[in-house]
Design a protein around this ligand. Sequence first.
Ligand code: CA
Length: 538
Amino acid sequence: MPPTPATPPSEAAPLRPPLTIKMQARDNVAIVANDGGLPAGTVLADGLALRDRVPQGHKVALADIAAGSPVLRYGIPIGHAVSDIPAGSWVHERLLKMPDARGLEGLPVATVRPAAPAPLDGHTFEGYRNADGSVGTRNILAITQTVQCVAGVTDFAVQRIRAELLPKYPHVDDVVALEHSYGCGVAIDAPDAVVPIRTLRNISLNPNFGGEVMVVSLGCEKLQPERLLPPGSFSIVDERSVADVGADAEAALDVVCLQDDAHVGFMSMVESILRQAETHLARLNARRRETVPASELVVGVQCGGSDAFSGVTANPAVGFCTDLLVRAGASVMFSETTEVRDGIDQLTARASTPEVAEAMIREMAWYDAYLQRGRVDRSANTTPGNKKGGLSNIVEKAMGSIVKSGSAPITGVLAPGEKLQSRGLTYAATPASDFICGTLQTAAGMNLHVFTTGRGTPYGLAAVPVIKVATRSDLARRWHDLMDVNAGTIADGTATIEQVGWELFHLMLDVASGRRKTWAEHWKLHNALVLFNPAPVT
Ligand code: CA
């Protein structure tokens, strides 16, 4: 079924009464919800008159805020006033001094003990069961590359595979080349090189690729195929090879090496890739979807192009859905270290055990040091678009970002590029960069991606369906054929966080089952895999 517009485009236009949203009772600012913002002189429901024009998503002072006093949103100081701010003023970023980052010592550890929520049973989807127990939501042939040098040849071959082979294998959804910039010209033995290498390895093993691992190598590169995928790191279900060499033998890695003496001419390389691809396509084509419990979902949540509504509409709805998924026994990852760093005390408090809290602190400390090496801090995160959308600084952005993680205990922590091993809610440490976060969550084994956006981004991934959630109805209206869910209805007052959360949950089961495509899939919008390489380049 093709996607449906995120929302019936509202005929809108009737002038709506002034609408502001305050997150917590003690907040001394609220954000303006009206499309186009509100002009100076507007009188709010409580009688407060605006002294300035306040753009949509931006903050208005609800009370006089003296210079040096905290500006409170989400019940916490998102900054301190640099001068007196009279009630009714537009509280823009230049009026705020950002608080210092919370230290990583003396944090509350595993202090929040929510009552175990009722299990959510009976929800299923149609997925592809893999030999290793994981479940795919798509049936895709991936061609792994050891090094960027082979990208052009592989891409040429992939275009021919799409045109000549895929029509013969109708149960295979697509063929994708796992192109990346790594593999040579890098300090391959640097301690941090483990991050990009395990990321590439684990992406090759993503559940949507059905356990079929096929590699194109150049020959002379630093990242040799055996280093990328050492024996035992993967298993190929190929009865013939097992019968030939005995069940105890390691599965042989299927590698097409371009510098191999056997290749004479470019077409020889291309034909070799096509020949190998066909054996994998035949096996993938024999697979069928089967009914599996919702607990087999491995969902990565992320936001990008955020605005002040992200933390009011889309992210809380995603957080509600995260809780539903955890209750259903599924796996959910939240990430974006610089966007959760300012809420570290909330996160360590929600850790299920002291070990989980310590692992989170370790990842944050590593990232603090990484940023320090580049002589920046977490304030480098916010973008001009974030600020235009009303987010003054990273503290305000972080409070709105963390709500994607819902309220469940945090039971797991992953370092960048590691593969997820447990169910429940996991903090997968990644940069906030949309492409790098998506790449690392793909490596972790994500089979479905949820992405919220306020400013708007056409983000998509080739390997995993991406469900995009708009934070504002205006964005959902203008980008009606790019956004899958409109959470702006929450700010409009026409839907609740719970309703949008359930809508998202049911859409996830439909998309996972292949019954629905996302708009990014429909238009084939794919961003590049972007590796996180904290190690030196040579
Ligand atoms: Ca992001």
